[in-house]
Design a protein around this ligand. Structure first.
Ligand code: ADP
Ligand code: TYD
Length: 219
């Protein structure tokens, strides 16, 4: 299948890098370290995340915090809408940033939807609900920080309030499985790299940097 224009070798476009991982994978830690490294190397970039801090993203965060109730299908649709707004809004839409040469790094993109929502509904539905986003902007590379659910759970317990442990653990297992199912399903159209995140932050950081350096150096 044809890759997006960004990868078709038109040098002026920016790279678009998406980070993915289960909760507790150390994704936020790695993104922070990457930002510091890029600054040190004098490489310009725009850092962003999903859910966004725009109105649809704010509504999603209310739901995630339990302040608002919504059906899983509604939540999946809100994430898809938040993503389109993330891409297209006039103020800081990332599609035009990439188009005009900015390197954009996002903490989560559509693979989060494929993995998290396909626990409750068919993955095909979730992929279709995000078809517009995939058509507008496919990541140059998706970096998946892979951590064993037990390790992720230990990190979460060590650092956050201990609650709903069993439920949480089985969910981490399921979401990780769904990530791999999505990667396999889309391997012909997406560039995905899997970085081992089970070791120290430093070790993971080195592995992430190697991937990012290669991605930025590629045409
Ligand atoms: P995520 O964004 O994937 O949920 P975080 O980066 O917030 O994960 O990491 C979860 C917790 O685990 C944080 O308290 C962080 O300090 C810690 N942590 C992150 N990476 C590692 C690592 N490689 N080894 C041990 N602890 C880590
Ligand atoms: P957040 O607090 O940002 O978590 P993290 O630091 O782990 O990224 O919350 C985001 C949560 O939303 C996380 O549990 C994954 C979930 N999510 C979805 O369910 N669908 C999506 O499309 C996205 C982007 C995130």
């Amino acid at each position: 299948m044809e890759r997006n224009a960004q990868e078709a070798g038109q040098g002026k476009k920016g790279k678009f890098i998406a980070f993915e991982g289960i909760d507790g994978s150390g994704k936020s830690t790695q993104i922070k370290r990457l930002a510091e490294r890029l600054k040190k190397e004098n490489i310009d970039f725009y850092m962003t995340m999903e859910p966004t801090d725009a109105p649809i993203g704010a509504m999603i965060r209310q739901i995630l915090k339990g302040q608002m109730k919504a059906d899983p299908r509604v939540i999946a649709a809100l994430f898809a809408a938040d993503r389109l707004d993330h891409l297209l809004n006039d103020a800081n839409g990332i599609a035009s940033k990439v188009e005009t040469g900015t390197t954009v790094i996002t903490d989560r993109y559509y693979f989060s939807s494929y993995a998290y929502h396909s626990v409750d509904m068919p993955m095909e539905w979730v992929i279709q609900a995000n078809e517009q986003s995939a058509g507008i902007l496919r990541p140059t590379v998706t970096v998946f920080i892979d951590v064993e659910p037990d390790t992720a759970m230990e990190r979460i317990i060590r650092n956050r309030e201990q609650q709903e442990l069993f439920e949480k653990k089985s969910r981490l297992v399921e979401v990780r499985k769904k990530y791999f199912e999505a990667f396999d399903r889309l391997k012909d159209v997406e560039k995905i790299v899997i970085v081992d995140g089970n070791g120290s932050p430093e070790k993971t950081q080195e592995a992430v940097w190697k991937e990012i350096r290669d991605c930025l150096a590629a045409k």
